[in-house]
Design a protein around this ligand. Structure first.
Ligand code: NAP
Length: 309
């Protein structure tokens, strides 16, 4: 039986892995479908303490995993299909194998939010993407007009990154002011290749008939005018949805699916702890996720000690 199973290998999961491994709990860490989490899809992380020159997101996560493994964490590329939390030990179905666990740390992170358009779904991977770092360099986007949707730090980061490849980058935002941090907003607004289009939303991605992105239909929310903008790619960066569907109905969560911790990292089920973006819709930073992973590890360790006392 496992002492601790950690679900997720983003900053929260791997920090929890480092701490529980150093506490000799021999944690089993399950990656899910995106080892390293969303940070592996960003380029340079400039705000993680200790890296004055910035650090590549993939490299940061690789180093965290190595650090956890050095202390005995077992990182396994596997997905949790279902969990039974109504009894102890808890039972996890991990790719068809049943795993018993005394404690679980949920660090399953969040995925990309979609616009919710039928044409968006149909053209995903055919010009519609949620990750500029992953897809921006593809030949289909080179020297072509590109569109980014969103007004937060992610959208700014995507737009700046895409200036390397696109002929111009249109930033479509539904309001007339960016939500992004000041430093990112200033970089975007000062970049001659980035052309903001304010107060506007994408109503349709063109062209489903051609089976590739050739443009977007835009609607101005103030004037209600509609128009078509030619582009070869649509990069959607409008926020995230927590990966918590597995725990619905058992673990307390808010209406958007974010797990609501009770005290520290404790959930409503004793022995199940939570950390990172799947429970944090306020800060959502690499460093806060790491801090929450540390807290969950300490809480799990204390819980296990209390079982033996
Ligand atoms: P975010 O801050 O929640 O911003 C989402 C943006 O998308 C907002 O501008 C929002 O518009 C817009 N939006 C949401 N739903 C929409 C819809 N259905 N249609 C059109 N627009 C929509 O998300 P984020 O940019 O992914 O950032 C998440 C967190 O990660 C933040 O805390 C951010 O600071 C952090 N982050 C930091 C960095 C960095 O420091 N380099 C990089 C990436 C992310 P409204 O503004 O009108 O709500």
């Amino acid at each position: 039986m496992e002492n601790v199973v950690i679900i997720g290998t983003g900053c929260a999961g791997l920090t929890a892995a480092i701490y529980t491994a150093r506490a000799n709990l021999n944690p089993l860490v399950l990656t899910g479908l995106m080892p390293g989490g969303l940070l592996t899809t960003t380029s340079i992380v400039e705000n993680f303490p200790g890296f004055p020159e910035g650090v590549d997101g993939f490299e940061l996560m690789t180093r965290m995993q190595k650090q956890a493994e050095k202390f005995g964490a077992r990182v396994k590329f596997a997905t949790v299909e279902s969990v039974k939390l109504g009894q102890t030990p808890f039972i996890l179905d991990v790719d068809g194998d049943l795993v018993e666990a005394k404690t679980i740390i949920i660090a399953s992170g969040a995925g990309h939010k979609h616009l919710g358009l039928e044409s968006e779904d149909k053209l995903e991977k055919k010009g519609v993407t949620y990750c500029a770092t992953c897809d921006g360099a593809l030949p289909m986007f080179r020297n072509k007009p590109l569109v980014v949707v969103g007004g937060g730090d992610s959208a700014c980061e995507e737009a700046l990154y895409l200036t390397r490849f696109g002929s111009e980058v249109y930033l479509i935002h539904r309001r007339d002011a960016l939500r992004a941090s000041r430093i990112m907003a200033e970089r975007v607004l000062g970049n001659p290749k980035i052309k903001p289009i304010w107060d506007s939303v994408v109503t349709e991605v063109l062209d489903v008939k051609q089976d590739k992105v050739t443009g977007v239909r835009l609607k101005n929310l103030k004037s209600h005018e509609e128009r078509t903008l030619d582009c070869a790619g649509l990069f959607v960066a409008i926020g995230h949805v927590p990966n918590t569907q597995l725990f619905k109905g058992v673990i307390d969560m808010d209406e958007n699916g974010y797990v609501i911790p009770k005290r520290g990292s404790e959930t409503n089920v004793p022995g199940v702890f939570v950390a990172g973006d799947c429970s944090d819709h306020v800060y959502r930073q690499a460093v806060t996720a790491a801090g929450l992973g540390c807290a969950a590890a300490i809480d799990a360790e204390r819980y296990l000690a209390s079982l033996n006392s």
